[in-house]
Structure formats: C-alpha cells, structure tokens
Ligand binder design. Sequence first.
Ligand SMILES: C[S@@+](CC[C@H](N)C(=O)[O-])C[C@H]1O[C@@H](n2cnc3c(N)ncnc32)[C@H](O)[C@@H]1O
Length: 274
Amino acid sequence: MFGLQHKFRPFYYFWAYELAFLRYRAERIPSATSCGIDSALLFKACPLKPALFQSAVGHALRTGVFPCSIGKNRNPMIFQRLKTGVEVSDRDFDAMYAGRLREISKIHFTPVEVAKTAARFLVGKPGTKVLDVGSGAGKFCMIGASCTNGFFTGVEQRKSLCQYSELLSRCHRLGNTKFIHSNILEIEFRAFEAVYFFNSFYENIFQNNPIDSSVELDKDLYVMYAQYMRKQLGQMPVGTRLATYFSYMDEIPNSFEIRAMDFDGKLKLWEKTT
Ligand SMILES: C[S@@+](CC[C@H](N)C(=O)[O-])C[C@H]1O[C@@H](n2cnc3c(N)ncnc32)[C@H](O)[C@@H]1O
C-alpha cells in the first residue's frame, strides 16, 4: 500500500500544483476562464485553500519543479528580446503576470523603457549590486537583470509578491536576481552599490488604489520609511548611483546630485558627490 502511494506521489503533487495555480489565477480573473477552464467549474472541482497555493509555490521554489500553468504564461522570447535590445512593450511584458497583477502593473510597476534606462545607468561595471527598494512583482529587477550584467536584489514587504518574483525569475532562468521578503527598515544599504526607487512609500499617503490589503498603510509610515532611506543613502560611499522614478525626493539626502533626467523628468538619475 505504501509503495503504491509513494509511486503516485509525483502525480499528486503535479495535480496539486496545477489546481492550486489554476485556482489562484481564477480568483483574480473571476469572470474569465483560466487556461480554457471555466472558473466556476474550477472552484467546484478544486476546493483548495490559499495555504495550498502558498505551499505549492514554496515546494516549486525548493525543488525547481514549476507548474505548467506558469509555463503557459511564460514567453521565453521576452527576456531574449530584452537581452538583445529588441523592443518589448509593457503589454507584452505584463502578460506574464496573473490577472490582478497585470491590471495593477500599469500603476504600480516600472514601465519597460524606464526600467531599461535606469538599470543601464545604475550598472556602472559588470556585477554591480543593485537594490530595488520595494520590488513589487519583480518587474524592474527582471528587466535590469536581462538588459545589463548587474546583480539585482529586490526587497519586498508583501510575501506573495516576493514569492511570485522569485518564481518568475527562476522559471525564466535569470541567474542575476534575488528577492528578499522583508521591510526595508531591516536592510543595510551599504551591502549594495546602487539603488533604484519607484516611490514605494507613496501608498501610505494615497491609499485609493492599493496593491492589496495585506500590509498596514499609515501616513506616519511614509515619514519613517523616507527618513530611514535618507539616512541609509547618506551613509553610502561617494560615487554611489541612485535612480528614482516619481519620487517626492523626501528620501534623498543633499549629498546626491542629479546627473540626468528622462521621461519628462519623472526618472531622475543621481550620483553621490560628498
Ligand atoms: C510602486 S511598487 C514598485 C515595484 C517595483 N520596484 C517595480 O518598479 O516594478 C512599490 C512596492 O514597494 C513595496 N514597499 C512599500 N513599502 C515598503 C517597505 N517599507 N519595505 C519593503 N517593501 C515596501 C510595496 O509593497 C510595493 O510592492
């Protein structure tokens, strides 16, 4: 009996992954179909709890075995095109995200062209260690990792986004990304050589279009995070590069000077001078 169960265990895992991911996607596209299967039918057939999704993701990350439903979203050419300098639209890139993430990408994640420009500025030499403060679903890091030879570390407070970024990065075999599930307050900036910032603390001030409800949002947190980042940037060595997109500049010490601006001044490229 044990032998039989053991033999079928891989199939069980395979279907558990598939169903968990299909359910996860269907929850975010309730009116649509998921991989051609009607979502209502899917819910009936698959009464899975979110915990199973979490454990499926965790298991996939540990074993390197990824569900086919991620594979279906996968467009290996996107990263090949980024690597070779061929244009990639945001619509094409965002297609790899599940429904809700694809929606919010337009507001919350860096556009492809902005990410390329910022990453190329930040990576001054091969292997430059770049920190993305609040990495979301990994868009900036994955684009930077594809179009430069820097190493991109994303720090993200939302566990699901962090896991999703890690999963996509591994699925697309990007060897120069890493995602840390943490609050930025736990991170020493001096472990990195360059910093990217897409107004991550803004959600604490304007809470009308939140990514989700999994973290506490508060105006005081904006001040605390901005002050912490300002202090950390102040301790970086002269020559450190920083790229900010849509920043209010509350987190930038006077020791940084603007070297260039792009995208109507929304992207600012800085260098530490003193
Ligand atoms: C505007 S999104 C940018 C995502 C990513 N950098 C990109 O451009 O594709 C900001 C992200 O920062 C995260 N964030 C905000 N405050 C944070 C904090 N104190 N520590 C870690 N992550 C934070 C949010 O959860 C959100 O996912």
